[in-house]
Design a protein around this ligand. Structure first.
Ligand code: PMP
Length: 363
């Protein structure tokens, strides 16, 4: 069946590899000729557990996760992690350092504020969240329980390129919107989490990568679902996991592997983001990206037009051309093209041509 696929620039949930959608379709009724669907099998039984451990092994391989880290999936979205992090690791007599670089680190920080004492190592508010601190300058407070950052601000289109050395203070990162878009030195981090619904699969699961040493910092007085060590002990299977989402993640992992792994994704993202930033930079100011050039995101390219009317027209006309999801986050307006791993390069070229044509006729 020939499908006229939309060019999908949604920020999340977002585009999946077409091959993966086809694999899901083909196997949803009869998984590996088991005579049952994986979504109707027990999470304690072999069809699921085999698939699950293969998925975890692929995540380990593709992210280069060291042996001394746990890898598992949770429910509750990345948002649950905003409160789990301070509940588990913010000690009552200490502070947690937060780098406030935009919408998502701010949300995490405001949840943490309800649970303990927070220090804002950096607050990007003054620069309208257009820049980041220099990674080599970042130093946690003396009595810090952890330092928290968001590796890619999905709303503001701002991405860390280097990582702070926190010298023994745990480094915790929300990598929801750039996970596996590039190689990352996992051993610099003590906890990485990511909602899977951007680069890794359909909504439902949240990936957690946790240094085993964090067990020694675990708050023991938490209900079981909120306790990282409890989940880690059972490989994330202490309660029913989001099975469909995890199955799709496994297929996306195989797709990433076939396409050159994290390094392959980095190359694709560099090509795709350069197409759009070049179009913006060559527009003589018609399109404007407010982000410090050093920190421009390779995943979420934000831009403004000279007026709100033109922005509205841009969204309408791009939709008519089969492009969806180009309006900016509701909190900041403007336009945003999310160009996650599985978005084809041709779709980005198509958008760039549309932008040039739009400027030629409306500029
Ligand atoms: N962190 C980042 C960087 C995000 O982009 C998002 C969602 N867009 C979230 C956290 C929240 O994720 P969820 O909806 O899975 O709770």
């Amino acid at each position: 069946m020939k499908i006229n696929r939309k060019k999908n620039f949604f920020a999340g949930p977002s585009v999946l590899p077409f091959e993966v959608l086809e694999q899901l379709q083909q196997s949803i009724v009869d998984f590996n000729e088991e005579g049952l669907s994986i979504i109707e099998a027990s999470h304690r039984d072999q069809p699921f557990t085999d698939m699950y451990y293969e998925c975890l092994a692929l995540v380990r391989e593709l992210m280069g996760i060291p042996e001394n880290y746990y890898v598992f999936f949770l429910g509750g979205g990345a948002t649950l992690q905003f409160s789990m992090v301070p509940m588990n690791y913010l000690k009552p007599n200490q502070v947690a350092d937060y780098i406030k670089s935009g919408t998502w680190s701010s949300k995490a920080a405001s949840d943490a504020e309800k649970l303990g004492k927070i220090n804002y190592y950096f607050d990007g508010k003054e620069s309208n969240y257009s820049t980041l601190p220099l990674a080599s300058d970042v130093k946690p407070s003396v009595n810090s329980s952890y330092l928290y950052l968001c590796s890619n601000e999905t709303t503001g289109g701002l991405e860390w390129k280097e990582w702070p050395d926190t010298k023994g203070v745990p480094l915790i990162a929300d990598m929801s919107s750039d996970i596996l878009s590039r190689p990352v030195p996992v051993d610099k981090f003590d906890l990485i989490f990511a909602g899977v619904q951007k680069n890794l699969g359909p909504a439902g699961a949240t990936l957690v990568v946790l240094n085993k040493e964090m067990d020694s910092r675990q708050n023991p007085n938490l209900p079981s679902y909120l306790n990282y060590s409890e989940h880690a002990k059972g490989d994330g299977l202490s309660n029913t996991p989001p099975i469909f989402s995890i199955w799709a993640v496994k297929l996306v992992m195989e797709w990433i592997k076939r396409n050159g792994g994290a390094a392959g994704m980095e190359k694709r993202s560099a090509v795709k983001s350069a197409i759009l930033y070049d179009t913006i930079d060559n527009s003589g100011g018609f399109y404007n990206n407010p982000v410090d050039v050093k920190y421009r995101s390779t995943m979420n390219v934000v831009f403004k037009l000279p007026s709100k009317e033109l922005e509205k027209l841009f969204v309408e006309e791009s939709k008519a051309e089969g492009m969806v999801g180009l309006n900016g986050h509701r909190s900041v307006g403007g336009l945003r093209a999310s160009i996650y791993n599985s978005l084809p390069i041709e779709d980005v070229q198509y958008l760039a041509q549309f932008m040039e044509e739009f400027q030629r006729t409306k500029g």
